[in-house]
Each structure stands twice: as C-alpha cells, then as structure tokens.
Write a protein that binds this ligand. Structure first.
Ligand SMILES: NC(=O)c1ccc[n+]([C@@H]2O[C@H](COP(=O)([O-])OP(=O)(O)OC[C@H]3O[C@@H](n4cnc5c(N)ncnc54)[C@H](OP(=O)(O)O)[C@@H]3O)[C@@H](O)[C@H]2O)c1
Length: 338
C-alpha cells in the first residue's frame, strides 16, 4: 500500500535509542547517529511505530546471563526488533518494494530508530486498514504465537488448548490464533483483572492463576496442547493435565539465577521427552516473513487483531517502556509511535 504521508529525511543523521551496555539504568540513550546505508537487496524504512517485547528487556539487562553472549551491543548498538513504517529508499537490486510502500517487519536489532535498513525479503506489506502501531505489534508476538501453536500436537477442531500467560503480548495473539486457525477450545490462564480481555479475544474458559494453579483443574478431556508463556509450573504438573498424545510447548522458562539457565531447562525437557508419549517442546521463535504475511492476511480479514497499549513520547519513551517490561505486567502489546 502506498503512503500519502511520505516524509523522507534529506539528512544523513537520525535519532535512535543507543545501548551502551547491560543493565537497567543509563544503558539506553537517545542519540543522533548516522542513518543506515543500504546494501544490495535492502530498503530503508522510515519507522512510524515500534512494539516492545519482553526480549528487549532481556537484551537490555543481560539476563539470563547467556543473553550477554548472544547480544553484541558494540556491533549492533541500536536495540529493538518490531517496526512498521514507510519505505523511503530502495537499494540496488530491489524489485518487489517501492518508495512509499507501507510495511512492517522484525529485525535483529535496530528498530528503535527513525530509520531501519531491512532486506526486501524481510518486510511485509501492512494489512489494509490497520494502524502502524497495530502492525508493529503483530511482528514478534504474532509470529511466536503461531509458531508455538504449530510446534505442538496436530490440532483438530474442538481440541482443548491451554494458553498460560494469555493476557500478555504473545498470549493475546495465541488465544485468537488457537480459535481462528485451529478452531480449538481455549482455556486462558491469566489473573482475574485480565479475564475480560482474554474472553474478548475469544477464550472459552479462564483460569485465574492468583486463585488456583491451572494444573489444579484437570480438564475433560485433557489438553492437547499447553503453550506456556510463563514457565514456572513444574513439567510434571503440566503433564498431569496433558493428554497422552498432547504437547507442552514451553516458550518461557521462568526466571532463575545461574550460568546454565535456561539451557538446563531445555535439556531437561528434551531428555524427559524421550521417555513419554507426550511431546515436550522447548520452543524458540524463528523469524520468517512468510508467517508475517500469514498474520497480515488474518488481520486484514478481521480474524485477529492486536490488543495494544499506546505509549506517548516517541523514541524518548522507549527506555522507560522497556524497563517496565521487566515487571511482567503488560496487557497485550505495548507500542510506541515514533
Ligand atoms: N522462546 C521464544 O522464542 C520467545 C519468543 C517471544 C517471547 N518469549 C518469552 O515468552 C514470554 C511471554 O512473552 P510476552 O511478550 O507475552 O510477555 P509479556 O507481554 O510481558 O506477558 C505479560 C503477561 O503475563 C501475565 N502473567 C504473568 N505471570 C503469570 C502467571 N504466573 N500466569 C499467567 N499469566 C501470567 C501477566 O498478567 P498479570 O499481570 O495479570 O499477571 C501479563 O499480562 C516472555 O518470557 C518472553 O521472554 C520467548
């Protein structure tokens, strides 16, 4: 879709959030930095909105410790993954994207800026009739949700699916996708304050984890898939409410000290998996433009929608917005208009 509000920046500099190291305080600062240059096959996107992920918080504070090995803040000082905006320039060899196209996508850092360079193949046309904020919200969280649901048992209509952490960024998409793509019977696990939100997204049942552990309530029949976005419930307890041919897909692994975390949890699940008919899946999202197109299509058809909280203040609001993710209390996706 072509934009009518194309505002290319004629200068060579841009504003961006720059990460100086790991930690909560003083590690993010909005600075003036060079605009990214374009390589073959890349496009320059003027960022209109970004969404904030729990992963941004992990990358900022450097927890768990393994994150520090994976995130190179010197090589890639600008954080942020999810963006939506307008293409303002195309590099050599780009054929399928034009200046003026409205796109969204995710990148391996660099989104918390006025401009981001992205491979042509990594950007996806914005769904029609959707705001930049809603498109930015869709990227990592929507993709994680659909991939996690697919990673579990093959679902048939009416199968029981449990989403633990249903009110957060990933959960709010997982509830909708489990209903609309898999026609599942969805139990959402969240606190009572968010029960109305998850019901509005399509949950059939809600378990308030502040009243009872979801594993204290054995469904009939048992769950075919549990997508666990929190990761603090023991695997054995999850297995007790899971069908014999069911799947536990663990997207999060709780929070623990220790150099080996979460590798110890991942290896533990893989080892146990060898001795049971149940599928125990330590899950890691794989960025994929095809999935983004699939999610954009569902959005355009009105089958899913982002549940967003818009944060005012542009790039300057991002340091606090990311710090707030550490508390784990987000409802839906937090988005910032840039
Ligand atoms: N493996 C991967 O590839 C991958 C990809 C994306 C995300 N993740 C991880 O997946 C997790 C979820 O991501 P997200 O973006 O959805 O996080 P989020 O937006 O921060 O999720 C926050 C939500 O979790 C709920 N919650 C907290 N404790 C809960 C509990 N014990 N039971 C049920 N709900 C609880 C909160 O509700 P209340 O405030 O009402 O408690 C809040 O609505 C994060 O740990 C993230 O790092 C992993």
């Amino acid at each position: 879709m072509a934009s009518e509000t194309l505002t290319p920046n004629p200068g060579t500099m841009m504003r961006a959030v720059v990460q100086a190291g790991f930690g909560d305080d003083g590690t993010y600062e909005v600075q003036s930095v060079p605009k990214p240059g374009l390589k073959d096959g890349e496009v320059l996107v003027q960022v209109k909105a970004v969404s904030i992920n729990k992963g941004d918080w992990h990358s900022r504070v450097g927890e768990p410790g393994m994150v520090k090995m994976a995130v190179d803040v010197k090589a890639k000082p600008i954080p942020g993954h999810d963006y939506a905006g307008v293409v303002v320039e195309v590099g050599p060899g780009v054929e399928g994207v034009e200046a003026g196209d409205e796109v969204f996508g995710m990148c391996d850092r660099g989104a918390f800026a006025e401009f981001v360079a992205a491979r042509e193949t990594d950007v996806v046309s914005m769904p029609a009739g959707v705001t930049f904020e809603d498109a930015a919200a869709l990227a990592s969280a929507g993709m994680t949700a659909i991939q996690a649901l697919r990673a579990g048992a093959k679902l048939e209509a009416g199968d029981k699916v449990c989403i633990v952490g249903a009110s957060g960024g990933v959960g709010s998409f997982a509830v909708q996708l489990a209903k609309t793509v898999f026609d599942a019977d969805v139990t959402a696990v969240c606190s009572g304050r968010n029960a109305a939100v998850v019901r509005s997204l399509g949950a059939d049942d809600v378990i308030d984890y502040t009243e009872a552990a979801f594993t204290d309530v054995t469904p009939e029949p048992k769950y075919k898939t549990i997508v666990d976005l929190v990761g603090t419930t023991p695997v054995a307890d999850c297995r007790a409410v899971l069908a014999d041919d069911g799947s536990l897909v663990r997207v999060a692994f709780g929070e623990e000290e220790g150099f080996m975390f979460p590798l110890n949890k991942v290896l533990g699940m893989m080892a146990r998996s060898m001795f049971t008919s149940q599928k125990l899946v330590p899950f890691f999202q794989e960025p994929n433009a095809e999935d983004l197109r699939f999610l954009a299509g569902l959005t355009e058809e009105g089958k899913i929608r982002a549940h967003t909280t818009s944060i005012e203040g542009g790039l300057g609001a991002i340091p606090e917005a990311v710090a707030d993710m550490g508390a784990g209390r987000a409802v839906g996706k937090r988005v910032v208009r840039v």
